[in-house]
Design a protein around this ligand. Structure first.
Ligand code: CP3
Length: 337
């Protein structure tokens, strides 16, 4: 079997000889090679827009870790800039966004403004055909929360106050972002993305009772549109997995990527959908023997021999050891089914 097919086969729940593995934030500052390339552009968004550099960075995890998929190097905030929100990345602070909160001040998304993203996908496909290429976008709620709050946050108080006090404006904002994402993602598919992952990183800041009316309709709209028009597999990653898992029925995606708040073996027993995740990234601070034991115990506990993709419950952090990350990937790959 061609290696290229391993991850796609596991998504389709066909027979595989080992679980596929890739890691969220696999191209990042924990890698010496990333830090070296990163020095070539001062500003993070300029780095994302430098197509040649972004292609090189995307390829690093295949070269260094030998993972089973490449996620293209970019950021979820890229399309927000294209609808008129000012986005800046401040070192050691993260993203800062500027928007007056008026949905009418947002401009219509023009897919040409994010042409560089599609060029990166084409470039990564051109450079290798060993593993599938994952295109990605932020989910409507996570992007709206960023746009309204103006920066990352533990509780997104400003974003939620806006959502509760200005329900109609919140709805319009979600709608504009959802329409933007449809076009942004379909352009990634047309450029050759084999898989799409949608990141709902801040869903855990939302009270579960607000999900049904404030967030779910937009996820259904987005995923239904993509499912209707393309057969590219869709992965939905969401934080707050234990609270939201049972609320997702009716969202047409192919894979649910969960954080460490759920017991993977237990949800596999009660659901048929393909799953991804949910190794706690903090385990990478442990000794190699501990990592090895935790991975093997975890994989041994899984009741399914396919329909699963190994990943973390959230992304790798800049202070992690590349050696241990590589060891983690190797350990998963040597687990035979
Ligand atoms: O996964 C990958 O390797 C692909 C590249 C990727 C990045 N960001 C590169 C990046 C992906 C898939 C993302 C998605 C992203 N960006 C998410 C969703 C995933 C998640 O982690 O929940 C979110 C919430 C963002 C927003 C974002 N971008 C933050 C909060 C930060 C700052 C983080 C920090 O540590 O400073 C970024 C910047 C960013 N995006 C970096 C990288 C490698 C670090 C910036 C740098 O190198 O200077």
């Amino acid at each position: 079997m061609a290696r290229r097919d391993l991850l796609l086969k596991s998504i389709r729940q066909e027979k595989i000889e080992r679980y596929p593995v890739w890691l969220m934030r696999q191209a990042g500052r924990y890698m010496q090679a990333y830090r070296e390339l990163r020095e070539r552009e001062k500003d993070f968004l300029s780095f994302c827009k430098n197509v040649d550099l972004a292609i090189k960075v995307s390829l690093l995890p295949l070269e260094i870790l030998d993972v089973d998929a490449i996620i293209i190097f970019s950021d979820i905030l890229v399309p927000l800039e294209a609808i008129g929100i000012k986005v800046k990345f401040i070192e050691d602070k993260g993203p800062v966004l500027e928007w007056d909160g008026n949905p009418e001040s947002l401009k219509k998304f023009n897919a040409k403004e994010t042409e560089f993203v599609y060029e990166i996908i084409k470039g990564v496909k051109r450079e290798q055909d060993e593993v599938p290429v994952i295109g990605f976008a932020g989910a409507p709620y996570t992007l709206a929360a960023y746009a309204i709050e103006g920066h990352g946050s533990k509780n997104f108080r400003k974003a939620k106050t806006y959502m509760w006090e200005r329900e109609e404006d919140f709805g319009s904002t979600m709608e504009i972002i959802t329409e933007t994402l449809k076009v942004y993602i379909e352009n990634q598919i047309r450029a050759g993305a084999d898989i799409i992952q949608v990141f709902d990183s801040w869903l855990d800041s939302l009270p579960v009772v607000d999900f049904e009316s404030m967030v779910k309709p937009y996820l259904i709209e987005l995923f239904s549109y993509l499912k209707k028009n393309y057969d590219t597999p869709l992965i939905y990653f969401f934080r707050g997995s234990s609270s939201f898992f049972d609320k997702l029925k009716g969202i047409p995606c192919d894979v649910l990527s969960v954080d460490w708040s759920v017991d993977m073996a237990e949800i596999m027993r009660r659901t048929g959908i393909t799953l991804q995740g949910n190794f706690d990234p903090s385990l990478l601070y442990s000794k190699m023997e501990v990592i090895e034991k935790k991975v093997n115990d975890f994989l041994n506990s899984l009741p399914r021999k396919t329909g699963y993709i190994f990943n973390l419950g959230h992304g790798l952090a800049p202070d992690m050891s590349q050696e241990k990350v590589k060891f983690l990937v190797d350990t998963v790959k040597s687990f035979k089914l």
